[in-house]
Design a protein around this ligand. Sequence first.
Ligand SMILES: [Zn+2]
Length: 205
Amino acid sequence: MEVKRYVAGLFQTNSYLVIKGDKCLLIDPMLRLEKLAALLEGKELLGVLYTHGHFDHIQKGDMIYQKYGVPLYLNKGDFDLVDPNKSFKTNAMSVARQIFTGHIASPLHDLWEGRHQIDPFEFEIVLTRGHTMGSVAIIMEDAIFCGDTLFKGSVGRCDLYGGDERLLKDSLRFYKELEKNYILYPGHDEITDLAFEKATNPYLK
Ligand SMILES: [Zn+2]
């Protein structure tokens, strides 16, 4: 399995291309379509996995669906974050929610907790709420795509809509209790690994 990282979008989101042979998956793709088309040349894209539903991760979803017709997977806990019928509707919503709201009008598949197989890829989804209600860890071989739950030296904010500090602490405990030294691919900033974070990240103490 090969993982390639591309930084794109207003908030410098990490987009990942995961490759096995001539098959690939995209995680939080925010690349422009022309760039994506060049990267995918000669490969078969099987689907798009989202670590969570914030706009700076999902905003290219409809464009990708229209061009490639592949399934888009997001944990259902974040479906309301991306629902165009719910977004921007009431002034009771916080400014923060509006800023971070993106839309996906294309059909979404629930990235449910448990083992998944999208041949030749096998992975496990663990719900890691706190940053949002549908934030997940995507565990694939030696890699964990951790979205905005855990960063190199830091953690994701939990003051936005759907955020919850107590749940984030539970999710960090999940990372603390993992024994294997996974490579961590976060939603922003540099790639790191779990042993390094356990030794240096104050939120994993
Ligand atoms: Zn986020």
